[in-house]
Write a protein that binds this ligand. Structure first.
Ligand SMILES: [Zn+2]
Length: 274
């Protein structure tokens, strides 16, 4: 039983500010430890539920937030920048389950701690087949493409709700309740770890009957940018259509190719963010 674990950081219990999750801010060293503990709790639960192999793909910021020697379960660690499949790098059809750990809500959500959708200075909202999604929903395109179910999401309440829009049976571990984009009521870290471990174990027990992400193909992503310039720039990519001043769409019958087109718009428009 192989588990692919994509770890972000904004969804960790206690995290409410960018200064807590970006190096070299002094607070970061403390909060990265909390993230490590939550990732390990998910690994422990996976192992208790029958997993034999775990690959952790570090997906936050420059993607080097964890200590390899402190990872439980002898997990392999995929880290570092410029990964072509970004938060889903390393997933292939040999895996049995996908975990999203310490994920956060979308830029367009009502309240979610440190909410954003890939780039908060470029992307205001993303819809997948008309459904408002965050990074969880977008990343599920890759899971669908490889035929692997996404069975666990950890983070705040908004994140859990958004993930369930595309994978309704996903097991949530809600470790904090977001009050605003920069405020949350969090479980004690020990409680958060226990909750995540239990949810991960239950998620593994359901893997055999878990459904793939519910995305009808061909699928369409609609992306609202912050400025018209960004939407114009996105149309330089083959297949990206501009529908109004700040909105583009892209459609594909191959979900992985659609994800790659989206990631290319993210990386391209990064050139003109302020
Ligand atoms: Zn992040």
């Amino acid at each position: 039983m192989k588990v692919f674990l994509s770890s972000d950081m904004e969804g960790t219990a206690g995290v409410v500010d960018w200064s807590q999750c970006l190096a070299p801010q002094p607070e970061y060293q403390y909060y990265r430890g909390l993230l490590q503990d939550e990732v390990n709790a998910a690994i422990d639960g996976a192992m208790a539920g029958g997993a034999t192999e775990v690959l952790v793909n570090d997906s936050h910021s420059t993607m080097q937030n964890l200590r390899p020697d402190a990872l439980h379960g002898r997990a392999r660690y995929l880290s570092g920048r410029h990964k072509p499949m970004y938060m889903m790098q390393g997933l292939d059809p040999s895996f049995d389950a996908v975990f999203f750990v310490s994920y956060h809500g979308s830029m367009a959500s009502e309240a979610s701690t440190l909410s954003h959708t890939y780039n908060p200075r470029a992307i205001a909202r993303v819809r997948l087949n008309g459904i408002e999604v965050g990074e969880s929903g977008i990343n599920m395109l890759v899971a669908l493409g490889h035929g692997v179910p996404v069975v666990l999401v950890t983070g705040d309440d908004t994140t859990a709700e958004e993930a369930a829009r595309i994978s309704p049976a996903i097991v949530p571990a809600v470790v904090k309740h977001s009050v605003s984009r920069f405020a949350a009521e969090s479980l004690h870290p020990e409680e958060a770890k226990a909750l995540i471990e239990d949810a991960a174990r239950r998620a593994m027990e359901g893997v055999g009957s878990a459904a793939l992400p519910q995305i009808t193909l061909p699928a369409t992503l609609e992306v609202l940018f912050l400025t018209g310039d960004m939407a114009e720039m996105a149309t330089w990519i083959n297949g990206v259509q501009r529908v109004d001043a700040r909105t583009v769409t892209m459609s594909d019958d191959d979900p992985i190719r659609l994800f790659r087109t989206f990631i290319t718009t993210v990386l391209l428009t990064r050139a003109i963010v302020e």
